[in-house]
Design a protein around this ligand. Structure first.
Ligand code: ZN
Length: 465
């Protein structure tokens, strides 16, 4: 079977064929580092992670770029409010972003370019657009003239006819009703960071950075561009306009967008009190693995409804898979001639792969994984699992986990440093009779499937089964 993705540009499922046979080039819109990322943002980054891990699983080499927007309206406002330099302001949130990505087990991509490191590339692109007659200057800022680009609106399906020529917008974010000539280079304002260039002292608009940085790392035409649906307009529409106007060739072959996340059935917003960063949830004691599973397990084109019941269900799914893995590892095998398990394993593995090849249908793939567990458990109860069955089954679990990344495959005598640290902290708290903290840390470890036993020789731990 071939891989299919839903392409926002054609509005249909398409068979996926990369430009180069075995390499896939992906550009994913990354964070604007003006605050801690919220779980809605992580829905989109986990989707990127699923896409990436799936393509690697299928044997492709992946070259992926995720930009860090460290200069735009929001970062500048934030830095000014805190009265610190822009770089100092964005550095703290860039660092937090990478920490959060690691917490959620999201694999690093090849390149994380920062907008402020690529001002020259953006100017070069503006120069190219100027030569071809797509830009004009007004009051010291440079704008893209959308009426010159005949395909404007093809991604978001808006009709630019009837828009008045020369009506401009300076904001980075706006709605479809406001489709206007957008800003490429903004004239320097008092109190804002700026760069001295041939277009005057100023700073880039938001949209130009993604076009400029994607050419630099992936070339003028590449395979996949991803982002949340909220980026289709204006951000991605404007990226297409700039890129295709400048290079006179298609920009991206497959546009893949993931749906929003809602909390308890409602749009997440600070005023409703249902706005969570990843840090808020971890502080509340939710396990990162459960959060990852919850964000991962809904098909990317469906809205995720984030609820505490959902998190609990995600935690039990993760535990079930973990326990299954441990049981298989410890299973005594039988010396019998029975080739049936191989067929069962093959059936479920093929179904798992086929589901993912069908536009990354992860919920169906997980369903097949659970069916495999039920069937394998039966073989184990009936004492019909041979040594070679066991090896193939463990291989299958580990290979599924290269996509899911929810399994703890650590050996019993080694724990990652942060868990070891928690155990030591808890030991200290217990010795100093701070039972409240000691209990809290014990619960925190339990969330990570680590059970503590206080023995006369000190504390011992085991992985929960
Ligand atoms: Zn972007």
């Amino acid at each position: 079977m071939s891989i299919k993705f839903y392409n926002t540009l054609s509005r249909k499922l398409e068979i996926f064929k990369p430009i180069e046979k075995k390499t896939v080039k992906i550009y994913s819109c990354g964070p604007t580092v003006y605050n801690y990322a919220h779980i809605g943002n992580f829905r989109s980054y986990i989707f990127n992670d699923l896409l990436r891990r799936f393509l690697l699983y299928e044997g492709y080499k992946v070259i992926q770029v995720m930009n860090i927007t460290d200069v735009d309206d929001k970062t500048i406002t934030g830095a000014n409010q805190q009265k610190i330099p822009l770089k100092e302001y964005t550095d703290q949130y860039t660092k937090a972003f990478f920490e959060d990505m690691e917490t959620l087990g999201i694999e690093k991509v090849e390149y994380y370019p920062k907008a402020t490191d690529h001002i020259d590339d953006m100017i070069e692109l503006i120069r190219k657009l100027e030569k071809k007659g797509y830009i004009y200057v007004s009051e010291g800022s440079v704008y893209f003239k959308i009426s010159e680009f005949k395909d404007y609106g093809k991604l978001s399906n808006i009709d630019p006819k009837g828009m008045k020529d020369g009506v401009r917008i300076d904001a980075d974010e706006y709605t479809k009703d406001n489709a206007k000539d957008f800003v490429l280079w903004k004239k320097a304002k008092e109190g804002e960071p700026s760069w001295e260039t041939e277009y005057g002292k100023g700073r880039p608009g938001w949209h130009i950075e993604c076009s400029a940085m994607s050419f630099k790392f992936l070339g003028e035409t590449f395979d996949i561009h991803t982002g949340g649906v909220d980026l289709v307009f204006p951000h991605h529409e404007n990226e297409i306009a700039q890129s295709e106007a400048a290079n006179e060739k298609p920009f991206v072959r497959y546009w893949i967008h993931c749906a929003h996340l809602i909390v308890d059935g409602e749009k997440m917003s600070k005023s409703k009190g249902n706005y969570y960063t990843l840090r808020d949830l971890v502080k509340k004691g939710y396990s990162p693995l459960a959060i990852r599973y919850l964000l991962l397990s809904t098909h990317y084109r469906k809205q995720v409804n984030f609820t505490s019941e959902g998190l609990q269900a995600a935690q039990s799914a993760v535990n079930r898979i973990q326990n299954f893995y441990i049981n298989v590892k410890e299973q005594k095998t039988e010396n019998i001639v029975d080739h049936k398990f191989n067929q069962v394993l093959k059936k479920h593995t093929t179904a798992f792969n086929t589901a993912l090849e069908d536009d990354l249908n992860i919920s169906e793939a997980l369903g097949h994984f659970f069916e495999l567990m039920t069937d394998a458990n039966k073989f184990m109860t009936d004492k019909k699992l041979t040594e070679s069955d066991k090896r193939s089954l463990l291989e299958a679990i580990i290979s599924f986990n290269t996509i899911l990344n929810i399994l703890d495959t650590r050996e019993q005598d080694k724990l990652p440093a942060h868990l070891q640290e928690l155990i030591e902290k808890r030991e200290k708290a217990r010795k100093s009779k701070d039972y409240k903290l000691s209990d809290e840390l014990r619960d925190r470890l339990k969330e990570e499937n680590i059970i503590l036993e206080d023995t006369t020789e000190g504390v011992k731990w085991k992985v929960l089964k």
